[in-house]
Every structure is written in C-alpha cells, then in structure tokens.
Write a protein that binds this ligand. Structure first.
Ligand code: CDP
Length: 209
C-alpha cells in the first residue's frame, strides 16, 4: 500500500530536513513544495515584474518544471519572503495542485513538505506531521543554515522575517498554515535533528500499524 507522508509547519521549523530524512529512510521520493512557490517568485523577479502580477505568476506556476530549479538561489532569504507573497494568491495555488497531487500519487507513495499538504494537497495521507518550534529556535537554525551557505545571517532580521512570514501564511484565506485535524504535532524546540527524526519515525510507525 502506498505510504504518503505529509509534513507541514511554519518557516524554518526543520520540516525540510525531517522530510528528507524520512524519504531516505522509507525510500520514497520527496517534494519540497516551498520550492514551487519560491520558483514562481523568482521567475517574476527575474523578469522585473511586481510580485502581485497574478497573471504572470499563474503563467509561471503552470510552466514550472521540477527538474530545473536553482536551489541555491531559491533558498536565499529574500526568496522565502517573496514566495509567501505569491503563495497567498488562490490562482497560483490552484495552478500548482495537480503537479503536487501527481507527485503524491506514485505507487510507492511520497513525502511532501509545505504548509497545506495535510489539509489541501493530500487530505488522505496516511501520515500527517505538523512540525513546529519556538520562533527564536527557528531563527537560530535558519541563521546557521544561511551562514553555512555563505549568506549574511543577521539573527534579529531573520527572527523578524520568520514572524512576519508565519503571520502572513497563517492569516491568508487560501490554504492558511494550520495543522490538519488528524495531524500529529511535533515540537522540535528542545530536540536536535537525530531526536526529531526518531520522534518523526515513531509517528510514521504508529500510523502504519
Ligand atoms: O523553508 P521555509 O520553511 O522557510 O519556507 P518554504 O517551505 O520554502 O516556503 C516558502 C513560502 O512558500 C512559505 O512562507 C509559504 O508562504 C509558501 N508555501 C505555501 O504557501 N505552501 C506550501 N505548501 C509551501 C510553501
């Protein structure tokens, strides 16, 4: 039977790392859906278009190909903020649904991480995990990640980013950030990566039984 693992959570909660680890462990394909919204934002910025150009954003969303992402550019700090602006547009979200559901429909299953995987994209996923952590912890982790890639990492500015983005992602009408009713919440504030991975595996194993 196919194993779909839906992982959602706020900015820099560590859901991407957990999703990658779970995908490797269960030998499943992984889709970081944040990259889709980041890619749409990046396409608009590259063309010098404003982020509220809905028609251009939808055209770019429809033309996305999962294979030609420049991840280092897409994961830059300013792109997370820009992604959250285009992600609030219902038409952009609608244009990305089939691609995500198609990915989740592989016979073996898949791991998808984002904001609305358990609520909208894969409401029937066998496993749903909502990964969270205190904003300060998330800002520290994101600062380390950016510094590790040689980007400037100002902790106070990153904490502001994280809070602003969570507020926008939670307040929007289109697929707001929230745990699905049947999701298990995993608070990683006090957990390192290994501990969080062990806890997440425990949630998956329990759901499979
Ligand atoms: O890695 P981080 O948690 O900072 O961000 P991300 O997962 O790459 O997502 C970037 C932005 O895309 C988020 O702030 C959301 O606004 C949006 N997003 C979304 O709306 N729905 C998703 N399934 C994934 C991302």
């Amino acid at each position: 039977m196919s194993l779909v693992i839906a992982i959602d959570g706020p900015a820099a909660s560590g859901k991407g790392t957990l999703a990658r680890r779970l995908a490797a462990h269960y030998r499943l394909p992984h889709l970081d859906t944040g990259l889709l919204y980041r890619a749409v934002a990046s396409a608009l910025l590259d063309e010098g278009l404003p982020l509220d150009d809905v028609a251009a954003a939808v055209a770019s969303a429809r033309g996305l190909s999962l294979t030609d992402f420049d991840e280092s550019r897409l994961r830059a700090r300013d792109m997370g903020e820009a992604a959250s602006v285009v992600a609030a547009m219902p038409a952009v979200r609608a244009a990305l649904i089939d691609m995500q559901r198609g990915f989740a429909a592989r016979p073996e299953g898949a791991v998808l991480d984002g904001r609305d995987i358990g609520t909208v994209i894969c409401p029937d996923a066998r496993v749903k995990i909502f990964v969270t952590a205190a904003p300060e912890t998330r800002a520290t982790r994101r600062a380390l990640e950016l510094a590790g890639r040689g980007e400037e990492a100002d902790y106070a500015a990153i904490l502001e980013d994280v809070k602003k983005r969570d507020a926008r992602d939670s307040a929007r009408n289109a697929a707001p950030l929230r745990p699905a009713d049947d999701a298990v919440t995993l608070d990683t504030t006090e957990l390192d990566i290994e501990e969080a991975f062990t806890a997440a595996r425990g949630i998956v194993e329990k759901a499979r039984r």
